[in-house]
Design a protein around this ligand. Structure first.
Ligand code: UDP
Ligand code: MG
Length: 316
């Protein structure tokens, strides 16, 4: 039976068959370094609905410290990380991409920084990806930094490290993994950042294109509201309500005064239409936000698991 590890390494993978074994080899040699020899570890692969041989490649690894959870289908990186967070037993938790772009040699630096911060985010300052990815990412990072006020350069870097209590307290879904430093900071934890080396992708393809970027931008609205108003949704909706209600009262008083002086008020359809549309619009926004807030506070998982080495280990 395995004892509690010091370090959990979580790797979400979707169609990375050519990268798995090489990544494991590199991780294994880093974890065997004299500086890390004291560290006991577990490596948790989350196979996020791969349709190639990724799962079979992971199963080839003969090391009881390597675990794999296989999803029924592709649910996205946020779901994969969320599942890994739940499984992780280590005092320190590191997440990294499974495409060999993140260098295992950074692990000792991450662990060192975790003594100072609750969470440490990687910063791919010299990111080795095409401009079609690096440019939107720069815009996205500036915008997120501006809106959330969290001074991190690279919110979406897959390479991050946490003290275990942090991962047990964040709730990820949709594209929210892009905003982890902001979510963590909002919970009241300290967030550090270290520059990490980044390699070009050699095998396989990037799974993130423009469509996912757009979804990610929409989630920025959620994050903004979560950070500002989660506990007091009424302060948002009530504020809007008061604003609209007051304008309604003012307009009514104005119309009553006109009516009292003998003027006709029944022939102003445009005014009525305007009011109707704005009120309806505001209600739709409010409903959307209430939905987001409820989604964020619920705890059931969005994913179905097809295979789980933890359950096998516990004899279930
Ligand atoms: N990934 C995943 N589920 C997805 C998309 C990606 O688990 O739906 C994994 C992917 O296999 C890789 C990591 O997330 O290990 C980062 O993905 P990718 O390299 O495609 O993103 P990029 O580095 O191009 O932003
Ligand atoms: Mg990548």
């Amino acid at each position: 039976m395995s004892s509690k590890p010091n370090l959990s390494i979580i790797i979400p993978v979707h169609n990375e068959e050519e990268n798995i074994l090489e990544l494991y080899e590199r991780l294994y040699s880093t974890l065997s370094l004299p500086s890390l020899i004291e560290i006991t570890y577990e490596i948790i692969f989350i196979d996020d609905g791969s349709t190639d041989g990724t799962f079979e490649e992971i199963k080839k690894i003969k090391n009881s410290k390597v675990k794999v959870v296989r999803f029924q289908r592709n649910y996205g990186k946020a779901a994969a990380l969320s599942c890994g967070f739940k499984r992780s037993k280590g005092d320190f938790v590191i997440t990294m991409d499974g495409d060999l772009q993140d260098d295992p040699n950074e692990i000792p630096r991450f662990i060192e920084e975790l003594k100072r911060y609750d969470m440490v985010s990687g910063w791919k300052n010299k990111r080795q990806d095409p401009i079609s990815k690096t440019l939107p990412s720069k815009v996205f990072n500036r915008l997120t930094r501006f809106i959330t006020g969290v001074k991190v350069h690279d919110f979406n870097c897959g390479y991050k490290a946490y003290n275990n209590y942090v991962v047990k307290n964040i709730n990820l879904y949709g594209e929210l993994h892009r905003y982890i430093p902001a979510l963590v900071y909002w919970k009241g934890y300290t967030v550090g950042e270290i520059e990490v080396e980044h390699h070009p992708r050699v095998h396989g393809e990037s799974k993130y294109g423009i469509e996912r970027l757009l979804k990610g931008f929409l989630d920025l609205i959620t994050v903004t509201f979560l950070m500002m108003y989660k506990k007091r949704p009424l302060h948002v909706f009530g504020g809007i309500g008061i604003l609209f209600g007051l304008s309604g009262v003012i307009i009514s008083i104005y119309l009553i005064v006109l009516w009292a002086t003998g003027l006709k008020i029944g022939d102003r359809p445009l005014l009525m239409l305007g009011i109707l549309l704005t009120v309806t619009g505001a209600q739709f926004i409010s409903l959307g936000l209430i939905g987001e807030l409820i989604t964020n506070s619920r705890n059931n998982d969005d994913y179905i698991i097809k295979y789980d080495s933890y359950e096998l280990e516990n004899g279930r």
